[in-house]
Design a protein around this ligand. Structure first.
Ligand code: PRP
Ligand code: GLN
Ligand code: MG
Length: 502
């Protein structure tokens, strides 16, 4: 996941894009970029770092124009430490195009070779987004006739992208002098929504929170496979460009990635997390009698709604036992295990009085590498807890994700090749309760019966695009292993004993 935004207005958009990126910061902490366009010229600034640090006043002043794009990056392809892979990406032909992408292509390698040998295009980074931009540019060149670009040409190019590209992609691109096009892959794996301000400014963004927070009323989601083209006069054109579009949004967006105040594909993320808490409560009862739990404590931040709902259902006090240092970012999306591990301790500190002599049930939204849980359980014990139970609002994460979440290797997943009890022993808690896969899908899916299903591949190993070649997974794994910061001395991959292939 990354956060993307695009704006078409009749007033300068630099500040608006900056504000929207701040609201999407939780989707990517590694790099940020903005591009604007004035008189057919692009103005771009992108760099590694958080939005606040990347854009100084002088950078903002150098971003004129009434139309533009922005991105916050969480790398899932290429190298987290390569500034050149920060987005937006630019190509000069046809017309001049800049593009931002959220997602991950599973056939980027093959496309890259094809772009070189057949389309005679050069790709200069390891980023799959640069590949995607070049495929789109090549197809737009083929579809357009002369300088007068028609919406139908743009839609033909998007249809060709759907035919060539595999994987997940929510995309916003700006075509110099013509307008902004936004499209989503035919399974709608990554989110994209659209809104409008009272003044008529149109905004496209990964999450509805970016629209609301900048004064744009949510209008609709971009449908899977659909392309929306906003021309320079502000007119919106839309067309379905995929042959068999289906809606299979990534379930992990609801579990962890998105902000709870966002609505995605008709589902409130907050309500989804409440429902997960409700379903989890039922599973807790069958493992630990509620009268053996003195207090329910959430592991901040994302687990709060689930923990709250679970506590209410079980009739157990809900208390805050960990205080989050708000200046430390999200640990899961940090690149490299060393920095993630160190950051859990920096990020969370205990309020000892909530643990002393009590049986505590800690609730997290998910357990992925087990970095957070292992530290947290130890901290609870050090603070004097008698028994430490742990419940996860999501099922065990057992399979690599290839659609834009950085969990590319099975070996790094604490639940891969292990029984629940083996995971429990490794984490060091007295009982471990996981949500089950069907329960998770029901809890969230019941909020929008129009969905065809979810991409829940990291939980059930089913890859919805259906065309994942095992060599693709192996290749993605290979490319991502060893992505720790070379300057971080604490970096070392999590050594988990006894992991077996499943
Ligand atoms: O098992 P792990 O590999 O540690 O990953 C799972 C943890 O990472 C996330 O928290 P994070 O700190 O990223 O963000 P949050 O503050 O939104 O909970 C998630 O909420 C879990 O707590
Ligand atoms: N998480 C994402 O959406 C990442 C986009 C793209 N694959 C990159 O690595 O830059
Ligand atoms: Mg967390």
């Amino acid at each position: 996941m990354c956060g993307i935004v695009g704006v078409v207005s009749n007033a300068p958009v630099n500040q608006l894009i900056y504000d929207a990126l701040l609201l999407l910061q939780h989707r990517g902490q590694d790099a940020a970029g903005i591009v604007t366009q004035q008189s057919r010229k692009f103005f771009m600034h992108k760099a590694k770092g958080m939005v606040r640090d990347v854009f100084r006043t002088r950078n903002m002043r150098a971003l004129p124009g009434n139309v533009g794009l922005g991105q916050v990056r969480y790398p899932t392809a290429g190298n987290a430490y390569n500034e050149e892979e920060a987005q937006p990406f630019y190509v000069n032909a046809p017309f001049g195009i800049v593009l931002v992408h959220n997602g991950n292509l599973t056939n980027a390698q093959a496309l890259k070779a094809e772009l070189f040998s057949t389309d005679h295009r050069h790709i200069n980074t390891e980023s799959d987004s640069e590949v995607l931009l070049n495929v789109f540019a090549h197809e737009l060149d083929r579809a357009s006739r002369g300088l007068a670009l028609q919406p139908s040409d743009v839609f033909a190019a998007v249809a060709a992208v759907h035919r060539r590209v595999r994987g997940s992609y929510a995309v916003i691109a700006l075509i110099a002098g013509h307008g902004v096009v936004a499209f989503r892959d035919p399974y709608g794996i990554r989110p994209l929504s659209m809104g409008r301000s009272a003044e008529g400014t149109v905004m496209l963004a990964s999450e509805s929170v970016a629209l609301e927070g900048t004064g744009h009323a949510f209008e609709r989601h971009v449908a899977p496979g659909e392309a929306v083209f906003i021309d320079t006069a502000g007119q919106v054109h839309a067309q379905q460009c995929a042959e068999h579009p289906r809606l299979y949004p990534c379930v992990f967006e609801y579990v962890y990635l998105a902000r709870p105040d966002s609505v995605m594909d008709g589902i409130s993320v907050y309500q989804a997390r409440l429902n997960l808490g409700e379903a989890l409560a039922k599973r807790v009862i069958s493992t630990v009698p509620p009268n053996e739990i003195d207090v329910v404590i959430p592991i901040p931040e994302s687990s709060r709604p689930s923990a709250m709902q679970l506590a209410q259902l079980l009739g157990i006090p809900y208390r805050e036992g960990f205080v989050k240092n708000r200046y430390v970012g999200r640990t899961f999306i940090m690149p490299g295990q060393g920095v993630r591990k160190k950051s859990v301790r920096q990020k969370l500190n205990v309020i000892s009085s909530e643990f002393k002599g009590r049986n505590v049930l800690l609730v997290d939204d998910s357990i992925v590498r087990g970095t957070t849980s292992r530290e947290i359980v130890q901290m609870a014990r050090d603070a004097g807890a008698r028994k430490v139970y742990l419940a996860s609002a999501a099922p065990p994460v057992r399979f690599p994700n290839v659609y834009g979440i950085d969990m590319p290797t099975r070996e790094e997943l604490v639940a891969h090749g292990r029984s629940v009890d083996e995971v429990r022993a490794l984490i060091g808690c007295d009982a471990l309760i996981y949500q089950d896969v069907d329960g998770m899908k029901r809890a969230i899916g019941s909020l929008n019966p129009a969905l065809n299903g979810f991409d829940a591949s990291c939980f059930d190993g089913v890859y919805v695009t259906g065309d994942i070649d095992p060599t693709d997974i192996a290749r993605i794994n290979e490319a991502r292993v060893g992505q720790e910061d070379p300057l971080d001395e604490t970096t070392s991959r999590l050594a988990l004993p006894n992991a077996q292939e499943s």
